[in-house]
Design a protein around this ligand. Sequence first.
Ligand code: GLV
Ligand code: GLV
Length: 337
Amino acid sequence: GKLKIWVSRPLFPDVLARLAEHFDVDAEAIERKHSPEQVREKLLGVDAALLGLADRVNAQTLEGNERLRVVANLGVGYNNLDMPALTRGGVLACNTPDVLNESVADYAWALMLAAARRVGAAERWLRAGQWSGGMRFDDWLGVDVHGKTLGILGMGRIGQAIARRATGFDMPVIYHNRSRLPEAVERESRAVYVDKASLLRQSDHLILVLPYSRESHHAVGAAELGLMKRSAVLVNVARGGIVDDAALAVALRERRLAAAALDVFEGEPAVHPDLLDLDNVVLSPHIASASEDTRRAMAGLAADNVLAALGFGPRAGRPPTALNPEVMARWPAGGPR
Ligand code: GLV
Ligand code: GLV
């Protein structure tokens, strides 16, 4: 019979149609959160899955599964996937790198500008009809972006795309990363390597783009916030949990930081209630990659991975962005069951 695939989120119909040429497609028609037990049951019945970042795959959800061969994440980050457990089980994992770099970089800038110039709060004030009550010349003063020092924590391909955009704003760029970039890449992104404490102290605008891991959990907490300038703006487009949201709310309330902008949250879709009460933070629902072109490219790439991994199409046997391609050598001859 045909191979089966579970698509855990509603997806573009043309992508589903491509998958349906080779698979029985079980596609969720509505967006909903799946419990670990639901994920486990769905995965038991399929050869492949296209997953959202909220769907966790680990030893528990793979228990007793002899059939599953591929999980394709709809995103570049894959902290929802337990890679050792997948690799042990012979399951190929894929993500969607690169196709979203420029859109996420655009969005990081949108958040930085919005937070610095108070776009969200000013719009809420206008929509509430308050402008007709008058406005002072010194109302709504923000902090400048142009000419200030841009700091980037986590200097992968998205970080580099963010850095390249600084030229037109005459911003010097500093960065910190687990490993320093090759000199040629530093030159191209006009970015100067500094240690983490210097990055926190010197940045006027600090953008976080590092992957989530045990090591990056609360990489920016109370102590780190304490090193930042009172006039600084902090932007998180990386992952919830990299910032200690409770500590950030305290710093913002006490004006120990000018403003922040967050696209990701610890425990999202829940948002720390203290953040919701503050006017100097811009909040958005994890949409940094959500442009029409980029979300289509991500879905297409996830489908390309599944199709190629299971032997279909021009790249049969060579999925374009596999995270653990070595598992394919252990698949039974003639491909998956
Ligand atoms: C979004 O957060 C992604 O990892 O692509
Ligand atoms: C502002 O709108 C100005 O004209 O200065």
